[in-house]
Design a protein around this ligand. Structure first.
Ligand code: EPZ
Length: 417
């Protein structure tokens, strides 16, 4: 298994360009099959999740043209085939083919294994939405058959503003008969990016980005061009790196107001940032003070940056508290950080962690437990004394396009061995 090797404590200078949002691209690509013609999506990150989705499209006989950060998809000859376990288990976002195939054909058969390191991650809210649109669902051992004679619009209240359920229900509803209202919908920017894509094809979606999304079904969706929004989690990861070890380091191609919660917290800790329209620049690290973080749905502090923020908090003087309210098991990276000299403790209910700083981090062998956990270790390795090797880097490469090249280009001593 390849590893990432980093020699820490090298200040980073220059500019890092952020790519397209993974959590938008992985919804846009399945959504593309709803179109009755060809669609082109630009600013697509070159990550393994996109490769895995491409495999599913090819399995369905869709035609793909993959360019540098671009994908052209035509579904004229698509076949509604069962998506087997090998294809669907590679990434959770394969579940968007449920909404897309149901929305296009009124039927979908696919395996979908639940759960992952950070939590159980059920899809009950997705399924509730499909049923309210008139679908019947049979499930045995992770194999789902979801079908509807005629999908009909309905009012759907989400018990939790789930990102995946909001998008999946939108995909199933855009061609349903009549009007659908999603109440307590998630408001993440990726949802707006998907709704804009569908509207560019001729769908009728209003209110994306608010808690109430109204969808009026249409019969036909025509071709369009669309662009993936910048990845706010990739941007936040590099902004935290800049705050820790940047010496005039600029993070560009970003939408700063998608990072409001992180920027507010970094300011609270004492980070000095120069903020532009589409970039943020850190001139040099300062002495930082501890703070408390509570993860919430957008626009609150994003759970996907919680683990990376934990690394930052090891360098903040005092006692920081992190409360994770979205997932039940998202502190696995702290045990690895402690191997590097961090002083962190997870409280009994596994929803709160205490981080004492400022602690010196020393390079050693560590293991990625999940995508963002792996990123938190990579950030720690960049500031640690000595050399760190990180195992299980497939997780990291899933979510960060060209991360080794981007960091090397600003002076990091990082390589894949
Ligand atoms: C998306 O996952 C992201 N993934 C996650 O990013 C992100 O952490 C999450 O949204 C929250 O922002 C993609 O977009 C591909 P949810 P998703 O449905 O849609 C519970 C990363 O690092 N829930 O908002 O699965 C669920 O168990 C990944 O890029 C139900 O109980 O998130 C979780 O505790 C990690 N029933 C919470 O809601 C459901 O039907 C949030 O889930 C659906 C979700």
């Amino acid at each position: 298994m390849p590893k990432i090797k980093i020699e820490g404590n090298h200040q980073l200078s220059g500019t890092i360009d952020v790519g397209g949002a993974k959590n938008s691209a992985v919804a846009l690509i399945p959504a593309a099959i709803l179109c009755d013609e060809t669609v082109t999506i630009s600013n697509v990150p070159n990550i393994t999740d996109v490769d895995d989705l491409e495999r599913i499209l090819i399995h369905l006989n869709a035609k793909i043209n993959r360019g540098e950060n671009k994908v052209e998809i035509s579904s004229e000859n698509i076949i509604n085939k069962e998506i087997n376990e090998d294809l669907s288990k590679k990434l959770r976002a394969s579940y968007y083919f449920m909404g897309a195939l149901l929305g296009k054909f009124g039927k979908v058969e696919m395996y979908f294994p639940g759960g992952c390191a950070i939590g159980a991650r059920p899809i009950n809210l997705h399924l509730k939405g499909f049923e309210l649109l008139g679908a019947t669902i049979t499930e045995e051992e992770n194999h789902f058959t979801i079908e509807a004679e005629q999908l009909k619009g309905n009012n759907i209240y989400l018990d939790f503003p789930s990102v995946g359920a909001t998008i999946n229900i939108m995909l199933a509803a855009v061609k349903a008969k009549g009007k659908t209202i999603i109440e307590n919908a998630a408001k993440e920017p990726e949802i707006v990016n998907v709704a804009t894509f569908l509207n560019n094809m001729g769908a009728k979606i209003k209110g994306a980005g608010t808690s109430t999304i109204k969808i009026t079904g249409v019969k036909y969706l025509h071709s369009c061009f669309h662009e993936v929004i910048p990845d706010r989690i990739e941007a936040g990861t590099y902004l935290i790196i800049a705050s820790l070890i940047g010496k005039d380091l600029t993070i560009s191609n970003i939408i700063p107001n998608h990072l409001e919660a992180l920027i507010a917290k970094l300011n609270e800790c004492g980070v000095e940032m120069e903020q532009g329209i589409d970039y943020i620049r850190v001139l040099e690290p300062k002495e930082y003070k501890a703070t408390s973080i509570k993860t919430l749905v957008y626009p609150g502090f994003p759970t996907d940056l919680q683990q990376i923020m934990a690394t930052f908090l090891t360098q903040c003087k005092g006692r920081s508290v992190i409360e994770e309210t979205i997932y039940e098991n998202r502190f696995l990276n702290l045990f690895e950080l402690n191997k590097m000299g961090a002083d962190t403790k997870v409280l009994a209910n596994n929803q709160k962690a205490i981080i004492k700083g400022k602690t010196k981090l020393i390079g050693t062998e560590v293991n990625s437990t999940d995508l963002r956990g792996g990123a938190s270790l990579l950030v720690a390795a960049l500031i640690a004394e000595g050399t760190t090797t990180i195992d299980n880097i497939g997780y990291i490469l899933r979510g960060y396009d060209k991360i080794v090249e981007k960091l090397s280009s600003v002076g990091a001593k990082i390589e894949i061995i």
